[in-house]
Design a protein around this ligand. Sequence first.
Ligand code: GDP
Ligand code: IMO
Ligand code: MG
Length: 422
Amino acid sequence: MAVDVLLGLQWGDEGKGKIVDYLAPKYDYIARFQGGPNAGHTLEFDGIKHVLHQIPSGIFRDNKHNIIGNGVVLDPVIFMDEILQIEKKFSIELTNILSISTRAQLISPVHRLLDKVLEKNKGDNKIGSTLKGIGPTYQDKIGRHGLRVGEVLSENFNEKYKKQKSYHDNFLDKHYDQSFFNEERKFFESIEKLKKFKIIDTEYLMNKNINKGKNILAEGAQGTLLDIDFGSYPYVTSSNTTTAGACIGLGISPKKIGNVFGVFKAYCTRVGAGPFPTELFNDTGKKIASNGNEFGSTTGRARRCGWLDIPALKYSIMLNGVTELYMMKADVLSDFEEIKVCIGYNYNGNDINYFPSSIESENIVPIYRSFNGWTSKSNKAKKFEELEENFKSYVRFIEDEVGVKINLISLGPVREQTIYIN
Ligand code: GDP
Ligand code: IMO
Ligand code: MG
C-alpha cells in the first residue's frame, strides 16, 4: 500500500519521461504532482518521439489511469493542444484515462505576461525561466488569490477570472495589447474544452486506490537542484520538486511513500541561468552536448554540460530518501579517453564535500577524479555483465561514493535501450 516516486536528482531533463513510460506497465496510476508546462518529458517507442509537457508520461500504456495532482499548475491552452496532438497522432481517447485535480492552479495569459515582464525587469539576473507563467501562478496561489481548475465548472468563472486579473492590472496595464487579448480568447476556448475532462478531488482518488492496494507512480518534473527550497536559489523553479512535494502535491501521507527512484544523467546538464560547478566550457563540454543532443525539450535552448557532480548527487539522494538510482544517457560518455567525476569542491579556499546553500561560480572549484573511458561497443549491452570493465568501474565507483545501488542504466532514448539490474 504505497506510492512510488520517480524524480530528477539534478537540474531537470535527466530522462524522467523515458523511465516513467518504461515503468508504467507495472503501475495502475501515474500521477504528476508539481510543476507545469515548463516540463518537457520525452518518450521514444515504435519509431515515434513524443514530448509531454502537462500530461503524465503513462499515457501511452494501455489501461493506465493518469492524474494531474493538486500541486500542478495547468495551462489549459497548452494542455488542450497536447490532447489534440495525441488524439490525432495516436488515436487515443484521453478523457476516460485522465483526471485533473479541482485544486490544481490555472495558468492564465496574465501569468505568462507577468513571467515575461518580471524576467525582463531582472536584467542581468534573469533566471532563464521557460516563460510559461510558472512562477507568477505559484505566487498567486501562495498569495491566496489563485484560480483553481475546479472553478472552471462555476457559472461565474468569467467574473472570477476578472477578479484575479484585477490584482495585476496596475502593474500590467501598459502591457495589455492585441496579442494578449488573442491569448485571452484562446484561454476561454480551451476552458470550455477542459470541462469535458474528469475534474475531481484527486486526493480521494489517490487514497482510495492506495487502500485498495493499487500500484501508483508519482512522476516528478524539473529536478532536485531546481527545488524552490533546496535548489540553487534564486535560480530555481517555483515548486517543491523533492519527494515531500509528492505528498503535498497529491494529498498523501508521507507514510504512504514506498520506493523513491532517483534519475540522474551520467554527467550533468543545466538549461537557464544559475551556478553549475562542473560546467565545461571547452571541447569536451561541446562533445557531451553534441553526443547527448542537449537541447531543451520545452524551449529548444542549448543545455550547458559538465561532469557528474557527486556532492550534488549525494545531497539530492539525502533530500529525497532515494532507494534506487537510475543512471541515464551513459551512452553519451562512450568514446571519451578520460572521464572525470567531481568528488568535492574547493569552496572559498577550503576543501568541502557537501553542496553549499549559496554558490557563486567564481568561489567554487571542483575537485575531480579521473577514469579511463570505454567504447561505444558497451552501448549495445543488454545486461550489466556485457558492459566494458571501465564502464562497470565507473558505475561501482558512483555506488560506493553515494551508498545507493544503481538499478537501471539507460543506453539510448528508446524504451528497449535500458538495462535493469536486480
Ligand atoms: P526529462 O525532462 O527528465 O523527461 O528529460 P527530457 O526528455 O527533457 O530530456 C532527456 C533527453 O534525452 C530526451 O531527448 C530523451 O529522448 C533523451 N534520452 C533519455 N534517455 C537517454 C539515454 O539513455 N541516452 C540518450 N542518448 N538519450 C536519452
Ligand atoms: P523537466 O521536467 C530543465 C528551469 C528553467 C529555468 C528555471 C526556472 O523537463 O526536467 P521556470 O519556467 O520553472 O520558471 O524556470 O528552471 N527549468 C527546467 N530545466 N528541465 C525542466 O523540466 C525545467 N523546468 C524549469 O530553464 O532555469
Ligand atoms: Mg525535460
